[in-house]
Write a protein that binds this ligand. Structure first.
Ligand SMILES: *[C@@H]1O[C@H](CO)[C@@H](O)[C@H](O)[C@H]1NC(C)=O
Ligand SMILES: *[C@@H]1O[C@H](CO)[C@@H](O)[C@H](O)[C@H]1NC(C)=O
Ligand SMILES: *[C@@H]1O[C@H](CO)[C@@H](O)[C@H](O)[C@H]1NC(C)=O
Length: 520
């Protein structure tokens, strides 16, 4: 009896242990399914083997990959253990997103299973794994920091650790959206891609013609093959995919183009259609001469349609502001450009051109402003100008003792003339030539010009040299014999041009595709 009782209690213990074991297995299974989103993803534990789950690949829909790549191979060809990170739900979701993008590129022939491929700026390597999974095995990523085995270190991404012409396919992902050194990054992509190779870019910008053209301009020797809208990774936002192909002799073409441009002394430039279209949205010019210009022109600034408020200005290699006739720092750079001009978070290089020595000292303390202490002129020569003490001067200059620069003119033509103020001698430089040296056509260039009548010399020179096409947006004060506030019925004797001549200047600028605004 005793032994029977003993054996039944042993049985009891065994049954309990077995039940406990089953319970543990069930709990573990439920845990794995909820945490990893599938029963087979956690490597060391798999109750119900699902074919095609996890890291192995189904060839369904892919066509071209023919179901061959059923495992992950890293760059050196080994089939190492799967890092735990790769099995998280976020990883799968991100990799699946890129797999879908690459499947389409594969079907359309932009990437092939044998293509040597690079993913730029991929800190995690999602894109690289996605490429490998669809059968593009020779794929590698580059990011600031390395993340082996998928991603190698590329530091600032401005010196990619690959030889010229290494890759058949480069996936730039969103790297251009993130880069602060666009032109440099673009040239590295161009350099590492083989001639005839393909480049795919994803971007949240490029939704309008202006921004798309800016992007295309970053790759001048490439053909644009495809542009389409995709769902973003989080499916709440849309993004655009652009596919380019590097021309066979792209490098040579680009060099030739540049040389031809530089060697021609005067070049007429054509303003593209999408820029002309923008002008239709600009505020209208004031056709009638205002009777109270000191009110009307100041009020007009409220109507101004700034270019960055109309279009996305992404994808410019550089953002530049040129203040011609800058006067004191606060008069337009500090009070208007820094505070009011919409910059879409871009940092602008600022050039202040101001010949009057009275203003030079304060610029020495402004580290982010390049001062050119000369007068913008049509050639390199010594000029004379007068310092006016004019009652009509702006408030800011009033604080400076009513100081304002009079019209400048070559010294030779001044002799014998009657002058009312102090006459100074200054250096004038060829402004149009300087502009062509300083900025390129793909840069975003905003200019304010307030040069006391010299605009009637400078603007024609800008047209003659083709430098006008470098300017994206121009704020121009045109000086004419305006009605005076002090003395009703009297025009200022300071300027001889009429309002009609000013209007002609503005109209010709707009007709040529320059987004010019009437400045006060
Ligand atoms: C690589 O390309 C860059 C410009 O694309 C060029 O300056 C450089 O000389 C090339 N290097 C080699 C080794 O060909
Ligand atoms: C500028 O940056 C701020 C914060 O970084 C952001 O909230 C804002 O949307 C950005 N503006 C533009 C136009 O990108
Ligand atoms: C302009 O002329 C001055 C002397 O007349 C000369 O020293 C200077 O180098 C010239 N500058 C340019 C850009 O030609």
């Amino acid at each position: 009896m005793e032994s029977a009782a003993k054996s039944s209690s042993v049985k009891n213990v065994v049954v309990r242990v077995l039940l406990f074991g089953v319970f543990v297995l069930i709990v573990r299974f439920v845990y794995v399914v909820t945490v990893y989103g599938g029963p087979c993803n956690s490597g060391d534990f798999c109750l119900l083997p699902f074919p095609g789950e996890g890291l192995s690949v189904t060839s369904a829909g892919g066509g071209a990959s023919a179901g061959s790549a059923a495992f992950v191979r890293v760059a050196d060809g080994s089939t190492g253990a799967t890092p735990a990170l790769w099995t998280t739900r976020e990883w799968r979701k991100a990799v699946d997103y890129y797999s879908a993008v690459f499947q389409d590129l594969l079907v359309d022939g932009f990437v092939s299973p044998t293509a040597k491929s690079l993913c730029v700026d991929t800190p995690t390597g999602h894109e690289v794994l996605a490429l490998k999974e669809i059968g593009v095995l020779d794929a590698v990523g580059v990011a600031k920091k390395k993340a082996p085995p998928l991603v190698v270190a590329g530091g600032d991404l401005l010196h990619l650790p690959f030889r010229n012409g290494t890759f058949d396919f480069v996936f730039a992902g969103r790297s251009l959206d993130r880069s602060k050194r666009l032109a440099h990054l673009a040239s590295e992509i161009v350099r590492t891609l083989k001639p005839d190779g393909f480049l795919a870019v994803l971007t949240a910008s490029a939704g309008n013609a202006y921004s798309l053209h800016s992007l295309i301009d970053l790759f001048p020797s490439f053909w644009k093959l495809r542009f389409r809208k995709l769902d973003g990774p989080d499916s709440s936002s849309a993004i655009h995919e652009i596919v380019f192909q590097k021309q066979l002799d792209g490098d040579i073409l680009a060099v030739d183009g540049k040389e031809a441009e530089d060697s021609s002394p005067s070049s007429s430039c054509s303003i593209p259609e999408h820029k002309l279209r923008l002008l239709e949205s600009a505020e209208p010019l004031i056709k009638e001469e205002p009777l109270k210009p000191w009110i009307a022109l100041k009020r007009n600034i409220k109507n101004i349609k700034y270019l960055p408020s109309m279009v996305d200005i992404s994808f410019k290699p550089r953002y530049v502001y040129v203040d011609v006739g800058a006067r004191s720092y606060g008069s337009s750079i500090g009070s208007w450009f820094r505070k009011q001009y919409p910059k879409q978070n871009h940092t602008f290089d600022i050039y202040a051109i101001e010949a009057d020595p009275a203003f030079h000292d304060e610029y020495a303390a402004k580290k982010n402003v390049n001062l050119l202490p000369f007068a913008a002129w049509v050639r390199n020569e010594t000029l004379a100008f007068e310092i006016n003490h004019d009652p009509e001067q702006h408030d800011v200059e009033k604080e400076k003792g009513g100081r304002g620069m009079g019209r400048i003119r070559p010294v030779s033509r001044l002799s014998g003339g009657v002058s009312s103020g102090e006459v100074h001698s200054i250096h004038g430089f060829d402004f149009a030539k300087w502009l062509k040296r300083t900025v390129s056509e793909s840069d975003f260039v905003v200019m304010k010009m307030d040069v006391e009548g010299t605009e009637f010399d400078l603007v024609p020179r800008l047209f003659e040299t083709g430098a006008i096409c470098l300017i994206d947006e121009l704020f121009l004060e045109c000086h004419y014999n305006r009605w005076q506030r002090c003395c009703p019925g009297e025009r200022t004797p300071k300027y001889r041009k009429t309002y009609g001549e000013c209007l002609k200047l503005f109209t010709s600028l707009r007709k040529s595709g320059v987004l010019v605004h009437q400045w006060w």
